[in-house]
Design a binder for this molecule. Sequence first.
Ligand SMILES: *Cc1c(COP(=O)(O)O)cnc(C)c1O
Length: 359
Amino acid sequence: MKKLFLTVGPSKLYPTVPTHIETALQENIPSLSHRSQEFLDLFGSTTDNIRKLLDIPATHQIFFTSCSLEAMERIIQNTVEKKSYHCVNGYFSNVFYSISHDLRKDAQKLEVPAGDGFNFDKIDLSNGTETFCVTHTETSSGVTTSMQDIYRLKEKYPSVLVALDIVSAVPYVSVDFSQIDMAFFSVQKGMGLPAGLCVLIVNEKALEKSNWLHKKGISTGSYHSFASLREFAEKNQTVETPNVLDIYLLEKVTRDMLSKGIDRIREETDTKAELLYNFFEKHSQYKPVVEESIRAKTVVVLDSKGNTFEIAKKLSDKGFAVSTGYAENQNKYIRVANFPALSIEDTKNFIHTFKELFS
Ligand SMILES: *Cc1c(COP(=O)(O)O)cnc(C)c1O
C-alpha cells in the first residue's frame, strides 16, 4: 500500500520530486563531477532560488553541509571561542547545546520542559556570550519561538551573533535576515526532499568572527571551516563531493515553490494547521499538547495518553504514517507534520480517518 507520510522528517516528498528524480537519472545528474561547469551552474541556480524563496540578502552566504547537526557543529567551531547560549526546550535544541559542550565551550542554557516556551526576559547575554543559539520550531515538542522575541534580544545585544535552527519551519517561517547572523535547515522536513543535505546561511559578521578565531590560533575545523566553505562557494562549488542529486532536487523544488508563490504556501500551511488544531482541540481523547500561543504551524503534537503505538499502528493499517514522540516522550506524543508537501486534501483525509478510528 502506498502510505501517506505525515511523519515530521523524513516526510512526504514534495509532489514534483518523483518526476524530478526520473529527469535527474535521464540527465546523468548523479554522475556529474562537482568540478564541472554543469555543477557550477546548478550550484548557482540552487542558491539563487533559495535566496529568492527565503528572501536572503547579499550580506549572507549560502553553504551546503551534510546535515543540520553538522551545521550546529560548524557554527560553534567557527563563532565561539568560549561562550555560547542556548534556549533548550526539547531534543534538537538540547543537541545544539550538547555539541557546544562537547567542543569544550562554556555552553550556557535557559532550559524549560518540552512543550513549554521561553520567557526571553530571563535571558542575560551580557556576560560574554558570543553566539546565541535558538530553535525556531522544536520538532520534538511542537513549540515555536517568536521571531519578534529573537529580534528584540538581538537589538538588546547587537554584538552577540544569533544562530537560528529553522529545520522544520522552512519555508513557512519568514525570517528578517538583517537581524539573524546564521540559520540552517536540512531538506528532509519542510522542503520535502530525501535526507542528506543541509543549507547553512552565514553573514559577514559570522565569517569575520571565524577569521578572527583562526588568526588567534583557535581551530575552526578543517575542510568545512567557514573560510573553506566560503572559498568554494564563491566559485559555485563545494569543498567535498556533495550530494549532487539532492542539490539538483532542491534546485527543482525551490523553483516549483517559487512558481507556486511563498505567500500561497504559507496560506495553505495556515489553513491545514487550522484544520488540524480545530479538529484535535475538540477531540474527545487526543488533544494538542502545546498551548495555543506557541504552537508550531508545521509540527502538530498530540497527547496520546500513552497509546502512541496503538494509534500509530491503526493509522498505519489505514495508510497513514505519523511520528511517535521523541526520546523519553516516545509513548506520550503523536507528532503530525504540516509541511508544504502535504496538500489540504491529504490533511483532510488524515483527519477523516482519524475521526473514523478514534472518536
Ligand atoms: C531534524 C532536526 C534536526 C536534525 O536534522 P539532521 O538533518 O538529522 O541533522 C535539527 N533541528 C531540528 C529542529 C530538526 O527538526
